[in-house]
Design a binder for this molecule. Sequence first.
Ligand SMILES: O=C(O)CCC(=O)C(=O)O
Ligand SMILES: [Mn+2]
Length: 177
Amino acid sequence: MVVDVRAIARAAPLVAPVTRRGKPLSVRMTSAGALGWITDQRGYRYGPEHPKGVPWPPIPASILAVWQAVVPDARPPESCLVNWYGPGARMGLHQDRDEADFAQPVVSISLGDDALFRIGNRDKGGSTQSLWLRSGDVVVMAGEARLRHHGVDRIVPGTSTLLDAPGRINLTLRVVT
Ligand SMILES: O=C(O)CCC(=O)C(=O)O
Ligand SMILES: [Mn+2]
């Protein structure tokens, strides 16, 4: 799967995203599939092309197989977001809510270093729970959990030997339309 992710990043290089206000995010991103996730000063959205103007590469079979195994009744995923977390990277609490059909699950795969994942509630605020995501772990956000706030507080560099440098790859698969 890592070999396949490297091929995605060759066809559609990792982008250092910035928020609408021009603030850089610590995670670097690219995508595979019909629709990729774009974060730039025009906002957040799904789009059919990498910022350099090429279509996103197809989602590799090795990644589709995980979706098939864990959510066999769902529609096929249209988007595979590749998040690259270097040693200091994190992702703030957010909901995944830019998809049209919340009855479809979100599946995320962790590769490389351990990450401290936090999950809260559908509404903002309230208590949260933290759990470690380790290389090979798969999270399914479906049903009641589909719209819960979640994020990554930190990774622990050097906890996995899977990748040749410290860091973490997260693959997030979604049905968009
Ligand atoms: O890195 C993770 O485990 C979560 C990623 C995530 O929530 C997202 O890309 O929307
Ligand atoms: Mn998310």
